[in-house]
Design a protein around this ligand. Structure first.
Ligand code: C2E
Ligand code: MG
Ligand code: MG
Ligand code: MG
Length: 279
């Protein structure tokens, strides 16, 4: 019986592995034409002021409307886009579309607040990133001060110096840089000190159950204090409950983001959200 079970569970395992490889190939094939076929769209999530809950920033997040499989989340396809190199053009499309949308909202009288865009680490392993971003700002007419680029610590794994050079060029132009998912990588805040960044976004794993764990809450407190002492703003991502909101408000986080305030919304719904808020 044991032998039989062993065989069948092995079969089960290989089946699943095969399925996931097939799924990968299926998605990767679809990705190749997705930009050209206009299958991507953007959603927007507010970053809010802790005390008032008013929107002080916007993060744009990509979605893929797959013709057969429906809406696919970036966690599923961004890694594939990175290994295949398609990420470079996808990110530039997102950047252009987000800047265009931000400028449009400004022109139509919505509050002037920064638009955050995620950039893959892969963007920094090529030349021309700075010029591409400058061109997009010129073409869309968005002032650089309203653009915030979110990068993860993995950007700094190799070739630290060229990356710092590019970030410095971007910063000198007026663009803000945030470290996203802080706490999930290997680096410490003191290592961030030499980087031209202005915001640290605490990963959701720091936020979850923070009040149940004394260890976690003291780490979080220390990180926020240290970041502030370095002149960095701190954003807590993934705020889902009122308790979490209160906790991070007490710790003097500069901005909060999460489903508690709003899920990411398509442009027209995000407009409604802003209209109701500012009425
Ligand atoms: P991220 O940049 O850290 O974005 C935050 C993620 O957390 C988003 O997932 C957002 O929908 C989700 N989130 C926000 N509030 C909450 C909350 O209260 N609870 C929970 N459980 N989740 C929350 P999303 O949109 O699925 O994006 C996942 C990741 O994909 C992003 O993480 C980012 O790393 C990447 N990504 C998204 N758009 C782009 C893009 O245009 N370019 C690149 N390179 N990466 C992108
Ligand atoms: Mg982000
Ligand atoms: Mg994040
Ligand atoms: Mg993330």
């Amino acid at each position: 019986v044991a032998k039989e079970q062993g065989a069948s569970s092995y079969h089960f395992f290989s089946q699943t592995l095969e399925d996931s490889l097939n799924e990968k190939m299926y998605l990767e094939n679809g990705l190749r034409n997705a930009l050209h076929d206009e299958e991507f769209f953007l959603v927007y999530q507010p970053l809010v002021s802790p005390a008032s809950g008013k929107t002080t920033g916007i993060e744009t997040l990509i979605r893929w409307r797959h013709p057969k499989s429906g809406i696919i989340s970036p966690d599923k396809f961004i890694p594939l886009a990175e290994t295949s190199g398609l990420i470079v053009d996808i990110d530039l499309w997102v950047l252009r579309e987000a800047c265009r949308q931000a400028k449009d909202w400004q022109d139509r009288g919505f509050p002037k607040i920064p638009m955050s865009v995620n950039l893959s680490a892969k963007q920094f392993y090529r030349t021309g990133l700075f010029e591409d971003i400058r061109t997009i700002l010129e073409e869309t007419g968005l002032n650089a001060h309203y653009l915030n680029l979110e990068i993860t610590e993995s950007v700094f794994i190799k070739h630290m110096d060229p990356v710092i050079d590019t970030l410095t060029q971007l910063r000198n132009m007026g663009i803000q840089i945030s470290i996203d998912d802080f706490g999930t990588g290997y680096s410490s805040l003191s290592q961030l000190q030499r980087l031209p960044i202005s915001v640290v976004k605490l990963d959701r794993t720091f936020i979850q159950d923070v009040e149940q764990s004394e260890m976690k809450s003291s780490v979080v407190k220390a990180v926020i204090e240290l970041a502030h002492s370095m002149g960095l703003k701190v954003v807590a991502e993934g705020i889902e409950t009122e308790q979490e909101r209160n906790f991070f408000t007490r710790l003097a986080c500069d901005e909060l983001q999460g489903f508690y305030f709003s899920k990411p919304l398509e442009a027209s719904l995000f407009e409604q959200y802003l209209i109701i808020e500012y009425r």
